[in-house]
Design a protein around this ligand. Sequence first.
Ligand code: GLN
Length: 302
Amino acid sequence: MQELLDTLLSRYQPLYTQGKVADYIPALASVAPQQAGIAVATLDGQLFTAGDAHQRFSLQSVSKIFALVMAMNRLGDSLWQRVNMEPSGQPFNSIVQLEWEKGIPRNPVINAGAILVSDVLVSHYSASKAAFLSFIRRLAATETIMADAVVFQSELEHGNRNAALAYLMKSFGNIEADVPAVLAQYFHQCAIAISCSELSRALLFLANRGVQPGLPDAVCSRRDAHRVNAILSTSGMYDQSGEFAFNVGLPAKSGVGGAIVAIVPQYGVITAWSPPLNRYGNSVVAMQLISHLAEELGLSLF
Ligand code: GLN
């Protein structure tokens, strides 16, 4: 495994020049583009890493997984009256579909859906930002995980499109809390800084029917772990989700910080990271690393 990771990294890292680092906020635009890392955490406690696997980066949309699990735990099935579970076929921050569909987001991992989920956290957890942070720290078994204050501030200042999504949902009566509080919750989770190795470990429960190795209680029910993986399979890579299922065949989630996580049920979690993105907002190099690793190891679920 170690040899395979090292080979894949040296083969695909040079492709970073084909992508473009997210530049909607200065804090992300200034990240060094040539960085790349990969970490594979397995259910039996092994961790394999290559490249910049211990370097922290901006969690961004990968945070939507953790928030969704917290919201499912609090609301139960009633969550699914406020957000759907269908692929959107639209860019992650699209507004048009939300108007047509009367403020019900297509799924919880596009921005509209994640903002709805943030509303659930604000409305149903006291000190919801701290609750999110302690959830992710407990899963990663790392107390030093923090939100990056500069990224958070910058997201707030440049968050007009997300604000538009939130106010549109509020106008349809699908947001309970005040919009500024909901947006602050969403940007706080996006601004969390984490590494490939920490992220792979933190998501092991999704490969293990809701049970995190080393924690006494289940993180979520077996059914909810199955549901999260189903949503990631159909929608986790935005409007490249179909192609990713076709080529790789694993539940996965990307973020504009350059990370992609892939869940391998009954085996473990792969996280790859490299900042430059393709036109869908998915990391060019991380995509190559995960695709080729999954192919080499025969990991596709289909
Ligand atoms: N902070 C980003 C946004 O809301 C996250 C999007 C992403 O990672 N795709 O636009």
